[in-house]
Design a protein around this ligand. Structure first.
Ligand code: AMP
Ligand code: ZN
Length: 456
């Protein structure tokens, strides 16, 4: 078997990948909090770790890879959004409405980006019992304490806290903006469980009616679906601290192992046109907007183009999301789509592509190998399909079908202007309606000329 090597945030080195069970791989990626459309930065882990999933499936067998990506459907951001968007509904119904719509949107976006559905997509609200069980173990082993309806993780009780992010407790305390709360023993102690008011979503627990903190959700869902220890845990680099550090603290202290997962993989950040994406800078762009509106670059973009643009940069590097990069990706993909038009792909990664991806997911290298396949379109088609670029033939068909015959349109416009000059309004209207029927809209300008555009 090809040797895979991945950069591991835990060891700070590129290590040979050895699954705990030689014939089965278990992978967890932190998923979205479903309160709003996902932005294009959120798409990065979705696409990058989909490529990892595909690589592992080819090497270990489709049924031998369990990929879990959770859905966080209990969170105070969701509550706030529900109250804002559905003020007339009881809060629990409003919350369900928000999470249902957002979850469906997330799935549609991930599908459009060519990503396979994970093996399991667990929802936090369906794993409350597992969360309570972990919290009870942590209390029993002296790693957590209950106070005023809250349960907190006792950070100083864990010797190796900070190992993933390589921070000492003192540094963390110095650098953190921790909220001081009377029920906290240590400054870095974090919430496992907190009380809910009558209106807030809540579940009965040994500590009263309440709801979980964010970090405990992933410990519970990975335990349920992957076990106490598993192979790869993935997510964006911003999650290393505190989220992943806290997941590790919870799972290791509850189950008594040296690690929670053997390999920790983190994607770098995405910025837009050279700047950090933010609503205040006006460069915040959602996957939905890229796919279905013209807010980015004045046009919409096929999901396959977004996917290629994302994979041209190595996943650990920062990526700059620009219109120019999307155009370049589109030109490349269009050339490949034309080359492979009408071929029936047998999805399969070629050995050199496997070797590139097996070297810490070197997607840039894999794409270079695709360029070298121009002389063998079938091989190109097979590899494109195996990398998640589907529907390329249909794209070519669609564009060719709607390609307009510019010369013919100009002729029609000239004929219409002649008819108008002759005051033959019936003929002029007939030509305009005929063009409209073909999706061409005319606009008569003040200077006597007529311009046209395609209306789809
Ligand atoms: P969040 O909803 O903020 O928890 O993010 C969901 C996932 O998207 C996490 O894995 C984040 O690390 C990742 N993510 C968020 N923003 C960006 C960004 N600008 N670039 C790359 N990844 C991001
Ligand atoms: Zn997580």
């Amino acid at each position: 078997m090809t040797v895979l090597r991945f950069y591991n945030t835990l060891t700070k080195s590129k290590d040979d990948f050895v699954p705990l069970n030689p014939t089965r791989v278990r992978l967890y990626c932190c998923g979205p909090t479903v309160y709003d459309y996902a932005h294009i930065g959120n798409a990065r882990p979705v696409i990058v770790f989909d490529v990892l999933f595909r690589l592992l499936r080819q090497l270990y067998g489709e049924g031998q890879v369990t990929y879990v990506r959770n859905i966080t459907d209990v969170d105070d951001k969701i509550n706030a959004r529900a109250a804002r968007d559905y003020p007339d509904l009881p809060l629990n119904e409003a919350i369900r409405a928000v999470t249902k719509v957002t979850e469906a949107q997330y799935r549609a976006d991930a599908d459009a980006l060519g990503c396979l559905r994970p093996t399991v997509e667990p929802r936090a609200t369906e794993h409350i019992a597992e969360m309570i069980a972990i919290i009870e173990r942590l209390i029993a082993t002296g790693h957590a304490y209950a106070a005023e309806g809250h349960v907190l993780f006792d950070v100083p009780s864990m010797q190796e806290y900070g190992r993933l992010s390589r921070r000492s407790l003192d540094d963390m305390i110095a650098g953190a903006r921790v909220d001081v709360a009377p029920y906290k023993k240590g400054e870095m102690d974090f919430v496992l469980w907190k009380p809910s008011s009558e209106q807030e979503p809540g579940w009965e627990s040994p500590w009263g009616r309440g709801r979980p903190g964010w970090h405990i959700e992933c410990s519970a869902m990975s335990w349920k679906h992957l076990g106490e220890v598993f192979d790869i845990h993935a997510g964006g680099i911003d999650l290393v601290f505190p989220h992943h550090e806290n997941e590790i603290a919870q799972s290791r202290c509850a189950f008594g192992h040296d690690v929670m997962a053997n390999v920790w993989m983190h994607n770098g950040f995405l910025q837009v046109e050279g700047e950090k994406m933010s609503k205040s800078l006006g460069n915040f762009v959602t996957i939905n907007e890229l796919l279905r509106t013209d807010v980015f670059g004045g046009r919409s973009w096929p999901g396959t183009v977004l996917r290629l643009a994302m994979l041209r940069t190595h996943y650990r590097q920062p990526i700059d999301w620009t219109v120019a990069a999307l155009e370049e990706a589109e030109n490349t993909l269009w050339a490949w789509a034309k080359l492979t038009h009408k071929l029936v792909p047998q999805p399969q990664l070629a050995p050199e592509v496997v070797a590139a991806l097996g070297d810490d997911l070197n997607t840039h290298g894999a794409i270079m190998h695709l360029h070298a396949m121009k002389s063998d379109p079938q091989r190109l088609a097979d590899n494109l399909a195996a990398l998640g670029f589907e529907g390329l033939s249909a794209w070519v068909d669609e564009v060719e079908k709607t390609a307009v015959d510019v010369a013919w349109i100009e002729e029609q416009i000239a004929a219409r202007l002649a008819a108008r000059a002759a005051k033959n309004w019936a003929e002029s209207d007939r030509i305009r309606d005929d063009l409209a029927g073909k999706g061409i809209a005319l606009k008569d300008n003040k200077d006597g000329t007529t311009s046209w555009e395609v209306k789809r």
